[in-house]
Design a protein around this ligand. Structure first.
Ligand code: SF4
Length: 493
């Protein structure tokens, strides 16, 4: 296997990207090297997304495209959410695929003698004539052993090539949102101990070039992700790592104040890197202490998972909150930091959504002045509470509502971006000519265009000189803080 090479394609969200990096760790530890492209690889892996219908279509299109581009004799492996959720169906409908591997199964098994399929509830083994037979759960164990079963969350990963990295701190979710199938195939929340997350960040820092004292080198930003990040750690029993029930439960039991695990984790990570960013915060989990902690790290970025704002409609979604409470939270945060950045996502056309619910959302977008927002039409998913609800909204109407929200928010985003022109911002140079301030999360928000001469991995002060849609332009400030620091150390201060 020493001379073999691999290619991995990742679809879906940042959480999947972390999984892919960990799979790369497994594949490379099996002796494979990265190929220059899918057509040159012995092993082609597609890490799929099964979140909604559109994501599944994209996953299948990618599988078929890579299958047509791969070279003869190579092996094609499908892993990730689709493999876990629809393993058997995928194996049956896509004869091009050599192995469908559920979570925690090594893709390199496809290079071995036997091809197979492993899912959570059933196991299907592909036999050489490409027919597929399924086996019941008890027989999974033997196959898992041969597939190399592992826990993706705790696997080591290679150092990132960018000056920032996602770190997944928990898997699964304990909530019951009506539209969401994630808990059905990712399971209940399972948080990593703080020590384990800290160790992962430390090992990534050790694996990268150190900061050279001028702000060049090293990882500058860690982006913490989980399905329900604010609830991180609540599933762990109080013990050596100090985890326990959430603050409300503790208060009701008359227990003394103790920080939420996400607060402790954020504080620990921010000791290691200049920027710690949190993605996917369920709004009820945003305690005052968490807000204060986020603001104190210097990355006042709040990615609030709102999904809608109409109280009646949120209850149909089996979610917490309403427009008034959300505005209260946002105003409270702005009173602590007027420059805080807000992102959210919303679903249009969930069953039962009325014109008045929709109008409430439009009104909210007007007054909340979010910096960023993503809009999605409802996708009717198997295994969800909403699957068979009455009052399904016609697809065209959902799309029309999505267009209205997008139009309104695009104008709001442009307005918010314009308001930054003339300000001085510290940016992190991600790649030549491309940087981000604290207002932009990697990959989902806009960027700050900077001169290509600025070194990648450097934190540098720029004055924002222009804005176009989602993107800004910036020019380095004369005597930025690094030159200042050099001058100070030169003068013996
Ligand atoms: S909180 Fe997020 S992951 Fe959990 S059930 Fe709701 S939508 Fe799904």
């Amino acid at each position: 296997m020493e001379e073999s090479s691999y290619w991995i394609e990742t679809l879906g969200c940042p959480k999947n990207e972390v999984d892919s990096e960990k799979l790369v760790g497994v594949i490379e530890s099996d002796g494979l090297v990265r190929a220059d492209g899918p057509s040159e690889a012995d092993l082609v892996v597609v890490n799929t997304c099964a979140f909604i219908e559109a994501a599944r279509r994209e996953s299948v299109d990618t599988i078929l495209e890579l299958s047509s581009r791969r070279r003869e004799g190579s092996r094609l492996v499908v892993t990730g959410c689709m493999a876990e959720r629809y393993g058997k169906e995928l194996a049956e409908s896509l004869p091009e695929v050599d192995l469908v591997a559920g979570f925690g199964c090594s893709p390199t098994f496809a290079l071995g003698a036997e091809n197979g399929v492993a899912g959570t509830k059933t196991v299907a083994v592909k036999i050489p004539n490409r027919a597929t037979r399924t086996r019941a759960t008890p027989e999974r164990d033997g196959l898992d052993a041969r597939l190399g079963s592992f826990d993706l969350l705790e696997l080591p990963r290679p150092a990132p090539e960018t000056p920032w990295a996602y770190v997944k701190v928990a898997e699964g979710c304990d909530r019951i949102c009506g539209f969401c199938a994630i808990p059905s195939f990712r399971g209940r929340q399972r948080s990593r101990p703080i020590e384990s997350v800290v160790a992962e960040v430390e090992s990534m820092l050790e694996g990268t070039e150190k900061d050279d004292g001028r702000g060049v080198g090293g990882i500058k930003e860690i982006v913490l992700v989980a399905q329900d990040l604010a609830a991180y750690g609540r599933d762990r029993v109080a013990g050596a790592d100090g985890f326990g029930p959430d603050a409300t439960t503790r208060r009701s039991r008359g227990q003394t104040a103790q920080s939420e695990p996400i607060v402790s984790l954020t504080k620990e990570i921010s000791k290691l890197v200049p920027r710690t960013r949190l993605l996917y915060l369920y709004p009820s989990g945003l305690t005052d202490e968490l807000v204060d902690t986020v603001v104190s790290t210097g990355v006042s970025y709040f990615d609030l998972s709102l999904q809608h704002v109409s109280r009646a409609h949120l209850r149909r979604m089996r979610r917490w909150g309403d427009a008034e409470r959300f505005m209260e939270k946002i105003s409270e945060i702005r009173s602590r930091d007027s420059g805080a950045t807000f992102r959210s996502s919303f679903i249009l056309g969930y069953p039962g959504e009325t014109e008045s619910d929709h109008q409430e959302l439009l009104d909210f977008l007007e007054v909340a002045e979010l910096d960023w927002a993503g809009f999605f039409t409802y996708s009717r998913e198997d295994g969800t509470y909403a699957r068979d609800l009455p009052d399904q909204v016609p697809a065209e109407l959902a799309m029309e509502r999505l267009r209205e929200c997008t139009e309104l928010q695009d104008a709001m985003t442009a307005f918010k971006r314009d308001s930054l022109v003339g300000e001085v911002k510290e940016v992190l140079v991600d790649s030549p000519g491309v940087a981000r301030s604290v207002h932009e999360a990697p990959e989902i928000d806009g960027i700050v265009e900077v001169p290509k001469s600025l070194e990648v991995g450097r934190l540098v002060d720029v004055v924002i000189t222009g804005s176009l849609g989602t993107d800004l332009t910036g020019e380095p400030v004369d005597g930025s803080r690094f030159e200042d620091r050099d001058a100070r150390s030169g003068s013996g201060d």
